[in-house]
Design a protein around this ligand. Structure first.
Ligand code: AMP
Length: 126
C-alpha cells in the first residue's frame, strides 16, 4: 500500500466509502460517532473493525483532533462489540495499526477486535 501523509485525510479510502454508503459492509453496531463492521478478510473467528465516523487518518490524528465525546464513544463501542459478539468473557485483542511501521493499509482510523478463539502471541518477535 502507498505511504500516506498522516496529516491529510484521503476521502477516497475504502472506509470513507463505507461511511458514505457507497460500498456495503456487514454492520455489527453503530452509534452517533462510531461504526463497527466485520472485517472482509477475518484473521480469527471474530474479527470486527471499529471506526470513528469522523475523518481521522489514524490514532495520532484522532487523539489530537477528535472531541472527548467522539473519543468516549469509540472506547465504549469497542467494549460493546466484544459484548455483542460474545467474546468479552473468553478474552480478545484490540489492535490499531498506525503508519508505515505499523503496517496500516487503510488510512482511516480503525481498531481490529479479534477473538472467538485463541489469538496467539502479541506480535511476531521474528
Ligand atoms: P490495516 O492493515 O490495519 O489497515 O487493516 C485494514 C483491514 O481492512 C484489513 O484487515 C482488511 O481485511 C480490511 N478491509 C479492507 N477492505 C474492507 C472492506 N471493504 N470491508 C471490510 N473490511 C475491509
Amino acid at each position: 500500500m502507498a505511504h500516506h501523509d498522516q496529516t491529510t485525510y484521503d476521502d477516497q479510502n475504502i472506509f470513507a466509502k463505507i461511511l458514505r454508503g457507497e460500498i456495503p459492509c456487514n454492520k455489527v453496531a453503530e452509534d452517533e460517532h462510531t461504526l463497527a463492521f466485520a472485517d472482509i478478510n477475518p484473521a480469527r473467528a471474530v474479527h470486527v473493525l471499529v471506526i470513528p465516523k469522523g475523518a481521522y487518518v489514524d490514532w495520532q490524528d484522532f487523539a489530537v483532533r477528535a472531541s472527548a465525546e467522539e473519543q468516549a464513544a469509540f472506547t465504549r463501542m469497542i467494549a460493546h462489540v466484544a459484548e455483542v459478539t460474545g467474546i468479552a468473557d473468553s478474552g480478545f485483542r484490540v489492535i490499531s495499526n498506525i503508519g508505515v511501521n505499523g503496517h496500516q493499509e487503510v488510512p482511516h482510523l480503525h481498531m481490529h477486535v479479534l477473538g472467538g478463539e485463541p489469538v496467539g502471541r502479541m506480535v511476531d518477535r521474528g
